[in-house]
Design a protein around this ligand. Structure first.
Ligand SMILES: CCC(=O)SCCNC(=O)CCNC(=O)[C@H](O)C(C)(C)COP(=O)(O)OP(=O)(O)OC[C@H]1O[C@@H](n2cnc3c(N)ncnc32)[C@H](O)[C@@H]1OP(=O)(O)O
Length: 625
């Protein structure tokens, strides 16, 4: 099978194509209803199939005789810990933790919120929730209590699972006080909080609410996987939108399982027994898909790394892990490699390691800049594959389908459309543009299996945010073009979402926090270029008349953002200006300011209410250079 023929099969007869791919996994009962639509016209794949995702990731491999094979490798330079779990061992731990959750009343359809550092118990909690047919919602450890509370109120979990602490290089971060604050702030009160006690910090437990993970596991018995339907949700993962409230992306069990197996074959070209390392975090979709579910469903060993690309202890950390565990495929964000390049520009660290097993490097999460692409290619002599996808899709929309064909990556491109995704570039009226022309990147409906069917608790937001702009299409929020060879080039977001070190953040959310300050009359947050992190947030504020404490206000605002959203959203700078540029209808011209600061060609809309403001801004922005 070639890429072309697979792409056309999936395009011309999606139902038949994905019915065939359904055979990739071990259903309890194979689906007969391959593609259906609900009352909102939203699509669902494999609605009536019966399966269990934890069974597919664990028990299935034990049944196939691979129980002794390594399933999970935990490497934590920050705690000097290295552990390996076989498929048989991981199955027992997951089955027992499922029993712990069941004893707290968790049943099919209930939500379990997981707020954990990068330790094996994070994956165990996810898989145990899936085993019960319950729905997990993992919240990235870098988010502050307020963000946690917002997610608790939206997902209304019965149980929260956490650990006593996380470790950020040398900084030990106690998680329990953040959990307690989130419980306090949230309107919904989960019944139970299960705490994994780490050696570094012992958390204080509340008598009637908190449970010690290790204690609970002593008397746990192994819980069997609970069959669920293909359309039953496996997880909710929150992602930033243009407004303050994050969106709960829903992932269904059936389509997700097929997408994981399919993408591990087609996009990543791995087979059972291979070692796959996604150097990311379980709190992001990369962690869900390619630290936990994808590698395990495909019978690989997955690496769960509690460290950073640099400083834990040096810029050779990634290469050390690749050598030590014979990693075959390494996946990370461009920011991680930019950080390594900064510390080790000539690849001296890399030359200390022997990497015969490493076949390919994959990058995603933000645009891979050509300089980093070439550097990585030059020092490793390995294929460097940029690919593009989103929390919403859960697996690659575009890439190099190494499992199907030999295709060369192109500098600056995220590859070609993965079979199942019909990517089109549309103009503002929804009309497809010619090859080479830029526009809105949209995907023709139905999206393939594994992509979001809706937004949790908010079908209207799914329609408004993704479907209504161009009927018949899902709008990705990214802009770009397709070249004459069908390679896709991503040029950036078309909305007010920014990407900081591979973390997707909402400028709207930051603006909400800033505008609550008593001295701020108006504000705008824009993402400006950063050599290391891709983009960083800059706040432009207009102070109320009579407020003179500019420096003090700037300091307070930076702290507010860290406290309310989290350290990953840290403001690069706060700049006070006299007024913000606007259209005649009052819309703030964020893009104009970003283009001016980044030194790009400035596209001023004809609707600007006062052209003279551009000269004022030019003067104000001088301090930034
Ligand atoms: C394809 C679909 C997708 O896009 S899914 C998303 C893919 N994105 C990723 O995988 C993220 C990639 N980025 C990273 O892994 C990190 O940014 C790397 C490159 C490792 C750098 O990490 P770091 O040096 O910590 O910088 P940062 O900008 O991430 O962090 C800024 C501040 O936040 C903190 N932080 C980070 N993570 C946590 C955490 N889990 N718990 C608590 N705090 C955290 C960092 O310590 C840092 O704090 P500070 O400013 O130094 O005080």
């Amino acid at each position: 099978m070639s890429y072309q023929s697979e792409y056309l099969l999936a395009k011309n007869n999606p139902t038949q194509y994905w019915q065939e791919q359904a055979k990739l996994i071990d259903w309890f009962q194979a689906p007969t209803n391959i593609l259906s639509q609900d009352q909102d016209d939203f699509y669902h794949w494999y609605a009536d199939g019966s399966l269990n995702t934890s069974y597919l990731a664990l028990d299935y491999h034990v049944k196939q005789g691979r129980g002794e094979q390594t399933a999970l490798i935990y490497d934590s330079p920050v705690t000097n810990t290295k552990e390996k779990y076989s498929y048989a061992e991981l199955t027992v731990l997951v089955a027992k933790f499922a029993d712990v959750l069941a004893k707290q009343g968790v049943t099919k359809g209930d939500r379990v919120l997981i707020y954990m550092p990068m330790i094996p118990q994070a994956a165990i909690a996810m898989l145990a929730t899936a085993r019960l047919g319950a729905i997990h919602s993992v919240v990235f450890g870098g988010f502050a209590p307020h963000e946690l509370a917002v997610r608790i109120d939206d997902a209304t979990p019965k149980v929260v699972v956490t650990a006593s602490c996380g470790v950020e290089i040398e900084k030990v971060i106690a998680y329990k006080p953040m959990i307690d604050k989130a419980f306090e702030d949230a309107i919904h009160k989960p019944d139970t909080c299960i705490v994994y006690q780490r050696d570094l910090v012992k958390a204080d437990l509340l008598p009637n609410r908190d449970i010690d993970w290790q204690q609970a596991m002593i008397n746990a018995t192994e819980h069997e996987p609970v069959p669920v339907l293909g359309k039953d949700p496996l997880y909710i993962l929150y992602t930033s939108g243009t407004t303050g409230k994050p969106k709960g992306v829903v992932r269904e069990n059936g389509g997700h399982a097929i997408a994981m197996k399919y993408s591990m074959d087609i996009n990543y070209g791995v087979k059972p027994g291979d070692v796959f390392w996604a150097a990311s975090d379980v709190g992001w979709v990369v962690g869900h898909s390619y630290i936990v579910y994808g590698p395990l469903i495909s019978g690989c060993a997955t690496v769960l790394y509690e460290g950073k690309p640099i400083k834990t202890p040096d810029a050779g950390a990634f290469w050390r892990v690749c050598e030590e565990y014979n990693v075959n495929v390494l996946f990370s964000a461009p920011t991680a490699f930019r950080a390594i390049r900064k510390e080790d520009p000539h690849g001296n660290e890399l030359s200390k390691y022997n990497l015969p097993s490493l076949k390919r490097l994959y990058l995603a999460g933000e645009r891979l800049d050509p300089a980093t692409y070439h550097w990585l290619n030059d020092i490793t002599h390995l294929p460097v594959i940029d690919h593009w996808w989103q929390t919403e899709t859960g697996w690659p929309i575009a890439g190099i389908p190494v499992g199907l064909d030999t295709m060369e990556p192109k500098e600056g491109s995220a590859g070609v459309a993965t079979p199942g995704y019909q990517i089109e570039i549309l103009d503002p009226d929804g009309v497809p543009v010619n090859k080479g022309e830029s526009g809105y990147i949209a995907i023709k409906l139905p999206l393939p299996p594994g992509c979001l069917p809706t937004i949790w608790n908010d079908p209207e937001r799914f329609k408004v945010g993704y479907l209504n702009s161009f009927p018949g299409y899902y709008v990705t929020g990214d802009g770009g073009y397709i070249d004459k060879d069908d390679y896709l080039f991503i040029m950036g977001r078309t909305d007010d979402v920014i990407n900081v070190a591979g973390h997707r953040l909402s400028t709207g959310e930051m603006e909400e926090v800033i505008s609550n300050h008593k001295d701020v009359a108006e504000c705008a947050v824009v993402g400006i270029k950063c050599k290391l992190k891709g983009q960083v947030p800059l706040a432009l504020i207009v102070l109320k008349n009579g407020c003179e404490q500019t420096t003090e206000v700037h300091k307070v605002l930076k702290e507010l953002i860290r406290d309310q959203i989290g350290a990953i959203a840290s403001l690069k700078e706060v700049l006070t200006i006299d007024r913000l540029p606007k259209t005649r209808s009052g819309k703030i011209l964020r893009k104009v300011m970003r283009q001016m600061i980044d030194g790009e060609e400035v596209q001023v809309p004809s609707t600007i209410d006062d052209m003279s403001i551009l000269d004022e801004l030019k003067i104000s922005f001088r301090v930034l250079t």
